[in-house]
Design a binder for this molecule. Structure first.
Ligand code: FAD
Ligand code: DLZ
Ligand code: SF4
Length: 522
């Protein structure tokens, strides 16, 4: 080893062999630093599976790098003198190794990037912060696209990404199949007897078992069950999970993308977000595989286009959006929502079957699929007027794939409309009707979805109109939603009063979440 090496800190969601800060480095001149730190493990009270996943994936990645001949300085959470923060651990590593420079890939989260940007002043060596190029769209490119636009619609951005990548584009520059977006074909309700192949679960090996024991000991008061842990923790396992998706589920991914079935947690979703966000899978490679499965006649265009849109559309778009609007996005509250998060988000104890099943899946798997997150859990938080901050913290804590750059735009902007409409053209508010159409939840629910008000009525129905009524000033002018008010006005004052009273009685009965689940530090 050279006397004065380059120190390369690799963060928990940077587990990619071709990471910019690793590319071009030589093994005899580099110390890789990986750090399990208390600050990251507790800035929200992450689901137990999420901590196991990240620590286990980090430990596996470190072992692979060492096997490949790299020098890895790995700091475990329980190591003596662990400083508890990235900056504290880098300071200790600088003492140990006296590096001539630190090369680090920019952080995914604003909070961590702020800390990294202080390193040049803190440490007596060069600090190089490299752009994270594991995305299709650089942040500078997103800002160029966004600059001067009145609205930042994902669909427009997505078309640019299609052109840029050439995915699903014909030789003469047209969208494959004639349309850019096949969403209208992707709203099939779940039929009886939907036959869903199970996704592969990976048996915890010794490293994962150690992480499970650690989490059981140190994070026993965190949300979630650890019994079902089966997430991929290495690139090899993640590739097996991807293989299974492309072999067995992509065909029906599109049609049933918005479906919800009681007790069926994965449906035809890829379940790859944890691996993609950790850096174990390359999203562009996945899109190319999806495109290939269409070319091979194994998946229809609506499935493949839907999958590609989630990755080069939504995923890239929310990242650009996050960095463009942080730190304000985390504080936005355009609808002035103030109600505390209900306790049932943590306990699952509610008679609303759609919510209790989505929370059960969240508790058991550290996962719920998109439409549960958006139209059940999110929709409820929106129409019940829950304050954004605890909702944001809840989503950040409970999902194994949650990092603020992807979680916050989805929660604050897409679900809660807290940004006032920079992302979505209208709030995604819905009554029980939508949930009934897209799921089998309502048939077994204590509430009646067809009953609008009063005892036993589905709470979503009255809450929907309560939301519409209290935000009339803002929403009436919105061309995508404004005409709903003519239905409201046609009901007449007595009926309106019944809706509002029903909603208020329900809201009054909500038990606020106990302290202790919330963000430990802010
Ligand atoms: P699939 O349905 O198979 O989709 C394929 C991939 O597309 C996903 O793996 C993911 O990488 C990407 N994707 C899909 N939708 C989105 C989206 N809206 N934004 C960004 N990427 C998307 N995704 C996260 O990765 N982390 C989060 O913290 C997160 N929080 C969310 C919060 C809310 C309120 C909502 C509505 C969505 C959130 N999503 C988040 C997006 C989406 O729900 C998950 O990516 C998806 O459920 C992961 O499961 P999957 O891999 O089976 O996805
Ligand atoms: C989420 C998380 C957790 C729970 N723990 C760690 C950790 O101990 N060490 C680490 O490097 N990363 C962890 N992470 C992921 C980081 O929070 C994530 O890499 C950054 O926030 C991205 O900016
Ligand atoms: Fe959810 Fe209402 Fe249906 Fe019950 S009736 S499952 S609360 S939408």
């Amino acid at each position: 080893m050279n006397e004065s090496p380059i120190l390369v800190p690799i963060l928990g969601d940077q587990l990619t062999r071709t990471l910019p800060s690793l590319r071009g480095r030589t093994k005899d001149d580099t110390i890789i630093l990986m750090m399990e730190v208390w600050d990251e493990a507790t800035y929200v009270k992450h689901h137990k599976q999420k901590i196991v996943l990240i620590f286990s994936a980090m430990r596996h990645f470190a072992a692979e790098l060492e096997d490949a001949g790299w020098s890895v300085d790995y700091v475990k959470l329980t190591d003596d003198d662990n400083a508890g923060s990235f900056t504290g651990e880098v300071a200790r590593a600088v003492e140990r190794h006296s590096p001539r420079a630190i090369h680090v890939t920019e952080a995914g989260e604003w909070r961590v990037q702020q800390a990294i940007e202080e390193w040049p002043d803190k440490f007596d060596c060069d600090v190089e912060i490299l752009d994270d190029d594991r995305f299709v769209c650089a942040l500078s490119e997103f800002n160029e696209w966004a600059e001067g636009r009145k609205t930042l619609r994902m669909e427009n951005f997505y078309r640019e990404m299609r052109k840029k990548t050439g995915l699903l584009m014909t030789d003469d520059g047209k969208p494959e199949g004639g349309d850019w977006n096949y969403d209208s074909e992707n709203r099939k309700p779940p039929k009886e007897g939907l036959d869903v192949p199970p996704r592969p679960l990976f048996e915890p090996d010794d490293i994962t078992q150690e992480c499970i024991a650690l989490v059981e000991e140190k994070f026993s008061d965190h949300f979630g069950s650890i019994d079902n842990f089966g997430w991929p923790v290495t690139r090899e396992q993640a590739e097996k999970a991807a293989d299974a998706f492309f072999a067995e589920r992509i065909e029906k991914f599109g049609p049933y993308q918005d479906a919800m079935v009681h007790g069926s947690d994965d449906l035809f979703h890829s379940m790859l977000s944890t691996s993609i966000n950790l850096g174990l899978l390359d999203p562009l490679e996945l899109c190319e595989r999806a495109e290939q499965s269409h070319k091979d006649g194994k998946a229809p265009i609506n499935s493949v286009e839907g999958f590609i849109r989630q990755l080069i559309g939504w995923r890239e778009y929310v990242r650009g959006f996050y960095w463009r609007f942080m730190p304000g996005l985390a504080e936005d509250n355009a609808l002035e929502a103030t109600r505390p998060l209900p306790e049932f988000y943590w306990t699952g104890e509610t008679d609303m079957r759609c919510l209790s099943d989505s929370i059960r899946s969240t508790h058991d798997n550290a996962h719920a699929h998109h439409i549960q997150r958006l139209m059940v859990l999110g929709n409820f938080a929106l129409i019940a007027g829950i304050e954004p901050k605890p909702v944001q913290d809840w989503y950040l804590a409970v999902y194994a794939d949650a990092y603020e750059w992807v979680e916050l735009p989805n929660v604050a902007a897409m679900v809660l409309y807290a940004d006032g409409g920079k992302l979505a053209t209208k709030p995604y508010a819905a009554s029980g009707n939508y949930i009934n159409k897209m799921s089998n939840y309502c048939s077994g629910c204590k509430y009646s979805v067809s009953k609008k008000t009063g005892e036993g009525a589905c709470p979503f129905n009255a809450l929907y109109w309560h939301f519409m009524d209290r935000h009339r000033d803002r929403l009436e002018k919105n061309p995508r939603i404004g005409r709903i008010y003519s239905n409201w006005d046609r009901m007449g004052e007595d009926r309106q009063a019944e809706y509002l009273e029903s909603a208020e009685a329900f809201l009054d009965g909500l038990e606020p979440a106990q302290d202790g689940w919330a963000r430990e530090k802010s």
